[in-house]
Design a protein around this ligand. Sequence first.
Ligand code: ADP
Ligand code: MG
Length: 256
Amino acid sequence: TTTAVAPLVVEDVTVRFAGLTALDGVSFTVEPGSVHAVIGPNGAGKSTTFNVLSGVYRATEGSVRFGDDELTGLPPHRIAALGVARTFQNLALPPRATVADSLLLGRHRLTRTGFVAAGLRLPSAAREERRHRERVAEIAEFVGLADDLDRPAGELPYGKQKLVELARALCMEPRILLLDEPVAGMTADERRQTAAVVAGVRDSLGISIVLVEHDMGVVMRLADAVTVLDFGRRIAGGTPAQVQGDPAVVQAYLGT
Ligand code: ADP
Ligand code: MG
């Protein structure tokens, strides 16, 4: 199945905090069904970019559009409802919940009958829960967690917990997925597995991905396009090969 996806257009976005410009007129476009990496040294503005895209921060100037939808200034839940899902750099899973229940939480936004119907044990709620559990099992299979559904998420190895986060974001049936350092802290095997899952999300599900990642190997292998930030400015952009050879990028990373 291929989802019809829209471009995410970031135009001239500036974010100012008291006395500090975290993003300074940044523009880039995430093409439908592509992996777009945002890279740069510490403090470059990567997390701020994510926070603007997901509505946690409000742009001081500029706009963010996703297809026909204006995201500028919308609160996080409205942006999520438009199909923009994100993961966090640090794990945010309820530790004792099973993987299945953690993923069901990810489907909360899609729940029609809601908790009242579930509490009253109405047949419609039972049917809906069964449908959600089936979808959760499919997504678990897709990311390689099929055998872990009944285990407490907090007892899984770190790399698998990060995959649960990714799976939970997929459970929202997003049109675009924002991944903040998805392979940070992972073993080499886990990195490979996660990179393959991310490629599958793009190639099989047709979901666009914005990727903030420090592991340049993963960025170079996965990304279709790269935006490079330094001190809040976009200093380069293009294919992985193009930005890798760009003198401004080399200089930014050398810290000169
Ligand atoms: P990166 O993720 O690339 O390391 P950030 O986006 O976290 O960089 O930060 C960019 C700049 O904005 C940094 O100088 C940081 O200290 C500043 N910054 C980020 N968030 C806030 C905030 N809520 N208040 C004040 N300054 C912030
Ligand atoms: Mg950051």
